[in-house]
Design a protein around this ligand. Structure first.
Ligand SMILES: [Zn+2]
Ligand SMILES: [Zn+2]
Length: 195
């Protein structure tokens, strides 16, 4: 068995929803490599930095995510003489990863292990109060925040008040129409005089 510690940069696209591992950020790998009959069994722990937005208040939040990995990398299939043969896999998705030219490509294994652990709804803290539904204020900064609660008994009066500006607009429009008509009448009158 061989132990291996590596620090590698995260590649592009390690994310899900509101959380992601920033491209280029350090990913720590603490791995054990075991030689087995079919290939090499890789197991260990991954640590990656996660940047996210809180699902309730949208404030930025970061943490270190740890994920366990275990994956068997198989030797490429060979014929009796030790030459590599290409075998059509029934289902590429389920086929174990293959050791290519004595190299193990851990990227997909590590990425999948981390991304699977990313929360669908990250929170800046468990009891984050989120945003005010009325005005979008950050409630964590303003715990006493509230708006006037409307009494249903006043609702009818409020409806009348709401109609106020519209009535005024109608009135203005009526006045304008009347003025236009007057102008036309005056013009006709002037024309009469000219005759
Ligand atoms: Zn929050
Ligand atoms: Zn508010």
């Amino acid at each position: 068995m061989k132990e291996l510690h590596r620090e590698v940069p995260a590649t592009k696209g390690w994310g899900a929803g509101l959380a992601r591992v920033p491209e280029g950020s350090d990913v720590d790998l603490d791995l054990r490599l075991e030689s087995v009959v079919e290939g090499v069994l890789v197991s260990g722990t991954v640590r990656a930095r996660v940047d996210a937005e809180c699902a309730r208040c949208l404030e930025p939040v970061s943490w270190d995510e740890f994920a366990d990995i275990q994956e068997l990398f198989v030797y490429p299939p060979q014929d009796a003489r030790g030459h590599r043969v290409d075998v059509e896999a029934d289902d590429e998705e389920d086929a174990p990863p293959v050791i290519e030219d004595d190299l193990i490509d851990l990227e997909a294994t590590v990425r999948d292990a981390v991304v699977l652990r990313l929360p669908i709804a990250p929170l800046c803290r468990d009891d984050c109060p989120g945003l005010c539904v009325e005005c979008g204020a950050l409630l964590a900064l303003d715990p006493g925040h509230r708006h006037e609660v409307h009494d249903p008994r006043w609702a009818a009066l409020e409806a009348l008040l709401d109609e106020g500006p519209k009535d005024q607009q109608d009135a203005v429009r009526d006045q304008e129409t009347a003025r236009d008509q007057e102008t036309v009448r005056d013009k006709a009158h002037d024309d009469d005089k000219d005759d």
